[in-house]
Design a protein. Structure first.
Lengths: 445, 294
């Protein structure tokens, strides 16, 4: 390419990369906002925002026929609703109605107030536990952070949460599941475990010794935990966990694909420092994604040969391959990758791509099925719009949107298994890595 | 004979072959068609070269003249890359010299430095996510072609022909639209003002991730050290719009050692590749014996 005299730069490859960096694949929109009044000026901003939103999506949507079939006359109908809205929530509601008509992940609207709170460094509170729904709609505690609010309140892995704020959960889970979106359940359960720092959660818990009422006070994440963001994604706490498990297995977990300047060297150092370990566990459970290209970078340490790609983005006029660049001195021993319904987007891209390459065995449960590359922009109203800009298929042609990534070995959410093994998914993965038969709790694998 | 001539010679040889082979299978009434086509192609080729040479002349003149362009031996440019819609900004530093050395570094807060360069025979890239890489194939060809200190001086070497295909007004400037064909056969479109300044370009970038269509517009030209530079370059990819704002330009920078050196991580790759090649060439190695057997 000739950049005309003397146009000072030839940075097309760097720009392509920068562009790819900004393609985030996480599903994390929909924060609550305040409801200011609808003045004439504000209404105008929302009309402009509506028009910008529809134009952006129409310009980039990879399948114009599908877009037309999903929107049709609804677009005009929703615009009329924005015009007639008496409050901002109503205007946003009409915009969200149009987005949800697409029936795809990664189309969302975050209120200006919520995004502003995040920009100011608002620190949400956390309960220090992770909840998942079992096949029979029980809400089970699958992980408790040591010394976190849930731990201090005496909650144990394997406990069942029967009620939150007097709401009976099992029937709710059933309703959410009917909607057919695994990630909806994950988000709903996450909202029980997070909120304003200092807020309390009244829970009815069923443990081994019977039912009890528990109050948890949500705490902001430790100040020492680094906060990372990118572009319009505001800084959020980045947690990286490394440990050596029994049988000399290296275990790595990070909660988001963000903060590459921290995550990438950490992975490199961990693999180098523990190169004598017998196997590697990468835990992507609950990881909602982030910067898509980080999946390629991390995979570069696991795939020693050239010529592999995780998959490709299919845009309207071009395709972008998620190519893996092999690293010198990468990890060549077995890798077990843990997934669940909270593993979204970049996590799904990495899991499916590495399986296509024959590099990992997947343990856990089917992922969120929310794997569309997207970007986040600010609208004239100040609200943030997240919209998908391409379809995505893995190297083997697997389309994960709405379907997810199936594990090679499914381990259900089960109180008894959790009480017996602590973390049955990890237990089974560890067994596989060291060649032990069986595990939680199948007679044969 | 320089490289483009070799390419033209090869092209000519191919045309000859076609002329020899085709009549054997063609019908009598079309027997002389390939000869005509070849003649037409040759005429078009000559015309394309003339247009290219004329375009080069216009460009060199408007940019400051040949003397001004050849005056300096290197240049360091500092710019800012902005993706306004997504609230992103990065610093971009580019080094180019007369000998073909090139290094470009984009610093992104929270990410690190994304670097690519040409150091002698080695074309390389290094970034905090994908690590070091030796750039090869079409991507390497494109990067090397783009890394000229004075691209206008190379126009007739890096491109084989030019053709005017239309006219269009770009921001009040009447422009001719040129199809420029690179020596490796790729077509790029240029919108060139009456003065000879490029206002807009469309092309496909070869990258490791695939082929990426780009639309580039150049605005607000200003003179620095007797040469014209655009202060704002807008790059629209399939995905988003980026702006590159020119900050500072320094010519004839003295200490260039850091700019021309190969980073340590890249050097390790170079050494590894070299060692692989030596193994294959070693007559005592198994690999060599295997290939002899074939």
């Amino acid at each position: 390419m000739f950049f005309p005299e003397e146009s000072q730069v030839r940075p097309y490859r760097l720009l392509c990369l920068l562009s790819a960096l900004l393609i985030c694949v996480s599903g994390c929109m929909g924060f609550p906002g305040r409801t200011p009044p609808m003045t004439k000026e504000v209404r105008q901003k929302y009309i402009e925002s509506f028009d910008m939103m529809t134009k952006k999506i129409e310009d980039s949507f990879w399948d114009p026929e599908l877009l037309e079939s999903r929107w049709g006359g609804l677009k005009e109908e929703c615009r009329e609703k924005v015009l007639a809205a008496e409050g901002i929530d109503e205007a946003r509601g009409a915009m969200r109605q149009l987005l949800s008509a697409l029936k795809l992940s990664h189309f969302g609207l975050m209120s200006a107030a919520a995004s502003e709170e995040f920009r100011r460094g608002h620190q949400p509170g956390e309960a220090g536990m992770i909840l998942r729904a079992s096949d029979d709609d029980q809400v089970i505690v699958v992980r408790v952070e040591p010394n976190g609010p849930a731990d201090i309140a005496g909650i144990q892995p394997g406990d069942e949460i029967l009620q939150a704020k007097d709401l009976e959960l099992a029937s709710r889970i059933k309703e959410w599941k009917i909607a057919g979106n695994r990630y909806l359940v994950v988000q709903a359960l996450r909202s029980i475990c997070s909120g304003k720092a200092g807020a309390s959660r009244e829970l009815l818990v069923l443990g081994e010794s019977g039912e009890r009422k528990v109050t948890i006070i949500l705490e902001a994440a430790d100040k020492d935990i680094p906060r990372v963001g990118v572009g319009n994604i505001s800084p959020i706490p980045l947690r990286m966990e490394k440990k050596i498990l029994e049988d000399n297995i290296l275990y790595l977990r990070w909660n988001m694909f963000l903060g590459p300047s921290l995550v990438m060297p950490w992975i490199e150092e961990s693999l180098s420092e523990h190169s004598e370990a017998r196997g590697l566990v990468i835990d992507l459970r609950g990881n909602p994604g982030g910067i898509g290209i980080m999946a390629c970078g991390i995979s570069g340490w696991l795939i020693p040969e050239e010529g592999f790609q995780l998959g490709k983005m299919i845009m309207r006029d071009s395709e972008l391959n998620f190519v893996v660049n092999p690293r010198m001195g990468g990890w060549v021993k077995p890798v077990a990758l843990l997934i669940d319904e909270g593993s979204g987007s970049t996590s799904e891209i990495m899991a499916q791509g590495l399986r296509d390459a024959g590099r990992v065995r997947l343990f856990g449960r089917t992922t969120a099925g929310a794997a569309l590359p997207s970007i986040i922009i600010e609208l004239p109203s100040g609200d943030m719009l997240q919209y998908a800009i391409s379809d995505y298929i893995s190297a083997s042609g697997h389309r994960m949107e709405g379907v997810g990534v199936q594990p090679d070995e499914r381990i259900p959410v089960d109180s008894a298994l959790i009480r017996k093994y602590g973390d049955p998914v990890l237990h089974r993965a560890r067994n596989w890595l060291v060649g032990k038969p069986g595990g939680p709790d199948s007679p044969q694998r | 004979m320089n490289k483009p001539l070799i390419v033209f010679s090869l092209l000519a040889a191919l045309l000859f072959s076609t002329c020899w082979v085709t009549p054997l299978t063609a019908q009598d009434e079309t027997a002389d068609k390939p000869v005509k086509e070849a003649a037409e192609n040759a005429a078009e080729d000559a015309e394309g070269k003339e247009v290219l040479a004329a375009l080069q002349g216009r460009m060199i003149k408007v940019l400051g003249g040949k003397e001004a362009l050849e005056k300096f031996s290197n240049r360091v440019t500092t710019s800012t890359v902005k993706i306004i819609a997504q609230g992103m900004e990065a610093e971009l530093v580019t080094f180019l010299d007369k000998n073909g050395s090139y290094r470009e570094s984009m610093s992104l807060e929270g990410f690190g430095d994304f670097i690519q360069g040409i150091s002698g025979d080695v074309t390389w890239a290094l970034d905090p996510i994908n690590g070091p890489r030796l750039v090869a194939g079409a991507e390497k060809v494109q990067l090397r072609r783009g890394a000229r200190l004075h691209p206008a001086l190379w126009l007739t070497k890096d491109y084989s022909s030019a053709k005017v295909i239309g006219e269009e007004k770009i921001k009040d400037q009447q422009c001719e639209i040129f199809d420029l064909v690179t020596t490796d056969g790729k077509t790029e479109k240029y919108w060139v003002s009456e003065k000879g300044l490029v206002c807009k370009m469309t092309m496909t970038a070869d990258s490791q991730m695939g082929k990426i269509p780009m639309v580039i517009t150049l605005e607000s030209w200003k003179e620095i050290d007797g040469i014209q530079f655009p202060e704002i370059v807008r790059v629209k990819q399939a995905l988003q719009m980026m702006e590159i704002h020119l900050g500072k330009i320094e010519h004839d920078v003295e200490d260039t050692a850091a700019m021309t050196a190969i980073p340590e991580k890249v050097q390790k790759l170079v050494d590894m590749e070299k060692s692989k090649k030596e193994k294959v060439l070693d007559p005592d190695s198994g690999a060599s014996k295997g290939s002899e057997g074939q």
